[in-house]
Design a protein around this ligand. Structure first.
Ligand code: ARG
Length: 260
């Protein structure tokens, strides 16, 4: 409870601080149309939602959706790579970006300071272990005395602090998800928490190295993120509805996401 209050405090202070800044950068449909660009903030270390391809371009499921939102608004999409810690919510509340898509989980706490689109992807936080699960890691079996890795500022970290720490687990926080994976591979941590679709993708790209263990910790939904109250959220909802109705959404799922 205390932890949740602290997180809310951090989020709300971010909002208060940025509300003191000039509001000329306020991101709404009219402003975006006037600029002719929609600036998307994303942390491209999250394949298949956003990642750098071999040619260096940022691509993925979220990027294709953001491109469709920009196209429906009649503007160009400009992509800014922002680390997840800075993206949520500061890059949005400060107006540095008009929109954030980065496999971002909709949570009531985040919704106090930013506006979310309708949910567009059902996900879950799951445990990643070394292939074969040599440490016999299990959840919800006892996690007492185990060290579990999480990525900073993610819902995986929040869930671990709320549900695993009270059960005696040690939580190790990584800024870089890849560093956590390296520690799983080396057996330095019992498990790393990650988003289910990125773990399936990992198993496809690096077969025989990692596996999912135990049940999912928590189910969640992804949303696109905007400045609080921005009418861009409704614009994104319209695009999402159009993509779903036309079958394009399903095509994007088939193109990018490993279906289990
Ligand atoms: N879904 C999780 C969250 O919202 C993790 C997202 C991490 N995304 C990224 N691009 N690294 O906290």
């Amino acid at each position: 409870m205390l932890r949740a209050m602290k997180r809310t405090f951090v989020l709300v202070s971010a909002l208060l601080l940025t509300s003191l800044l000039p509001s000329s950068l306020a991101a709404g449909v009219a402003e975006v149309k006037k600029k002719g660009v929609l600036v998307l903030g994303t942390d491209p270390t999250f394949q298949p939602f956003e990642f750098k391809g071999t040619d260096g371009t940022i691509q993925g499921f979220d990027i294709d959706i953001a491109k469709a939102v920009a196209a429906d608004l009649g503007v160009k999409l400009q992509i800014q790579a922002v680390g997840f810690g800075a993206l949520m919510p500061q890059a949005v509340t400060s107006g540095r970006v008009d929109m954030a898509m980065s496999g971002i989980t909709i949570t009531p706490e985040r919704a106090k300071v930013v506006s979310f689109s309708a949910p567009y992807y059902r996900s879950a936080q799951v445990f990643i272990v070394r292939a074969g699960n040599p440490g016999k890691f299990g959840w919800p079996a006892d996690v007492k005395g185990k060290t579990i890795g999480v990525q900073a500022n993610t819902t995986g970290q929040f869930a671990a602090e709320d549900s695993l720490k009270p059960k005696g687990a040690t939580i190790k926080v990584y800024d870089d998800f890849a560093a956590g994976l390296a520690d799983v591979r080396a057996g330095r941590i019992a498990a790393l928490i990650g988003d289910a679709p990125t773990v399936s993708d990992l198993s496809r790209r690096l077969p025989g190295q990692f596996a999912q263990a135990g049940q999912a910790l928590v189910a969640e939904d992804y949303g696109a993120v905007f400045k609080k109250g921005s009418d861009l959220a409704a614009a994104a909802d319209k695009t999402l509805a159009r993509l779903k109705a036309s079958g394009e959404y399903q095509k994007l799922l088939d193109k990018w996401i490993v279906q289990k």
